[in-house]
Design a protein around this ligand. Structure first.
Ligand code: UT7
Length: 332
C-alpha cells in the first residue's frame, strides 16, 4: 500500500504597500463618514500602491519576506500558484512575471482566478500537487491591487478595498503530521452578476466607450454579495467541520476572508466560536481580495493567536460566486 502524503505550510510572508488611505481621506473624496464605514464594514484604513506597482510586485515582496523568515534556495521551487483577479496584464500570467522577477529558473506555475477565494483556491491546488508526491516545494501566493479597478467616486466600493499580498510555502508533512487536513470548495456562477469587472476582456475589449461607461471598474451589488457571503461562509465552514466530525469548539483559530466585519462575526456566532479565536485585521487593511487570508495569518501570529499545533479553519467567499473552507494543523 502506498503511504499517503500530506502537505503543510512551512513558511509565510506578507506585504502591503506603505501608502495608507484612511477613512478621513475618503471623507474628503466621497459622501461618506468614518462612523458609517466603521459601523457597516469595520475598516479604518487600507494600504494602496503607488502608480506603476502591480500585483506581481506585491507578490515578489511577500516572497522576499517569506525568505527572510525561512531562508531556502528558491531554485528548489517546483510550482508557483498565484491567486489574483488583478493580474499585471491579461497575459503573461502573474506566476510567470513573479518567477522571472525572482529569477527562478526551472519551475512551473499558473494563476488562479477566484476573486476573494483566490488564495484558498490556489492553496488547495498547491496542496494537491504536494499530496500527489509530484512536487516538494510549492509557492502559493495571493496578491491583489484592487485600487487598479476601483472607482474612487463610488462610495459603496472605494471604502472597502485595499492592496496587499501574502505567500506561503507548501512542503510534504512529516509522517504522522496533520498539515493541511481537508478542504471544501464551490463555484456558483449565478453570482457573477453581483460582482464583476466587465471591461477589458474578450466580451468588452477596452475602448473609449468601455472607459466612458466605467466598465474597467468593480461593479458590485453589495447587498446581494453580503447576503450570499453570510449564508455561504456559514454553510462552507459547517460543511467542513461536519465532514471531519468537528465543531467550532475544536477550532483554535478562525481565519476568514476580510470583506466585512459583520460577515466574519456572523459566521463566528453561527459556529459558536468566541471572538478571541477569530482573526480580525480588516480595520487596518480593508479587503485585499486574495491577500486577506495570508495577511490575517501574519496578524494571528503577531497577536499570539496562532501557534504550532493549532487547528486552523480558513474560509472565504468571493466574486463568481466562489467559496471554500480549509482545515489545517498549523506547523510553523
Ligand atoms: O468579498 C467579496 C467582496 N465584497 C463584499 O464582500 C461586499 C459585501 N457587501 C457589503 O459589505 C455591504 O453590502 C456594503 C459595505 C458594500 C454596503 O453596506 P450595506 O449596509 O449593505 O449598505 P447598502 O448597500 O444596503 O446601502 C445602504 C445605504 C444606501 O443609502 P440609501 O439608498 O439607503 O439612502 C447607500 O447609498 O448606505 C449608503 N451607502 C453609504 N453611505 C455612506 C453606501 N455606501 C456608503 C458609504 N457611506 N460609503
Amino acid at each position: 500500500m502506498t503511504k499517503s502524503i500530506r502537505a503543510k505550510i512551512t513558511a509565510l510572508g506578507t506585504y502591503v504597500p506603505p501608502r495608507v488611505l484612511t477613512n478621513a481621506d475618503l471623507e474628503k473624496m466621497v459622501d461618506t463618514t468614518n462612523e458609517w464605514i466603521m459601523e457597516r464594514v469595520g475598516i479604518r484604513e487600507r494600504h494602496l500602491v503607488d502608480k506603476g506597482v502591480a500585483a506581481s510586485d506585491l507578490a515578489v515582496e511577500a516572497v522576499k519576506n517569506l525568505l527572510a523568515s525561512h531562508p531556502f534556495d528558491l531554485q528548489q521551487v517546483d510550482l508557483i500558484v498565484v491567486g489574483t483577479v488583478t493580474p499585471d496584464m491579461m497575459y503573461p500570467s502573474t506566476a510567470c512575471l513573479v518567477q522571472h522577477k525572482l529569477g527562478i529558473v526551472n519551475t512551473w506555475g499558473f494563476d488562479v482566478s477566484a476573486g476573494c477565494s483566490g488564495f484558498l483556491f490556489a492553496l488547495n491546488t498547491g496542496v494537491k500537487f504536494v499530496e500527489s508526491g509530484q512536487y516538494k516545494k510549492v509557492l502559493v501566493i495571493g496578491s491583489d491591487v484592487n485600487s487598479s479597478m476601483t472607482d474612487f467616486t463610488d462610495r459603496a466600493v472605494c471604502i472597502i478595498f485595499g492592496d496587499g499580498a501574502g505567500a506561503v510555502l507548501l512542503e510534504p508533512a512529516e509522517d504522522g503530521e496533520d498539515g493541511v487536513i481537508d478542504h471544501v470548495a464551490q463555484i456558483e456562477g449565478m453570482g457573477g452578476q453581483y460582482l464583476y469587472m466587465p471591461g477589458g476582456g474578450s466580451l468588452n475589449p477596452a475602448s473609449h466607450e468601455t472607459v466612458e461607461q466605467k466598465m474597467h471598474y468593480i461593479h458590485q451589488d453589495g447587498r446581494n454579495v453580503f447576503k450570499y457571503a453570510v449564508k455561504k461562509m456559514a454553510e462552507m465552514t459547517e460543511r467542513i467541520l461536519e465532514k471531519n466530525k468537528l465543531t467550532g469548539k475544536d477550532v483554535d483559530c478562525f481565519i476568514a476572508h476580510q470583506a466585512n466585519l459583520r460577515i466574519i462575526t456572523a459566521t463566528a456566532d453561527r459556529l459558536g466560536m468566541p471572538m478571541e479565536k477569530v482573526i480580525i485585521n480588516i480595520d487596518r487593511y480593508g479587503n485585499t481580495t486574495a491577500g486577506t487570508i495570508p495577511i490575517a495569518m501574519r496578524t494571528a501570529i503577531e497577536e499570539g493567536k496562532l501557534k504550532k499545533g493549532d487547528l486552523v479553519l480558513l474560509a472565504a467567499v468571493g466574486a463568481g460566486f466562489t467559496s471554500g473552507a480549509t482545515l489545517l494543523r498549523w506547523a510553523l
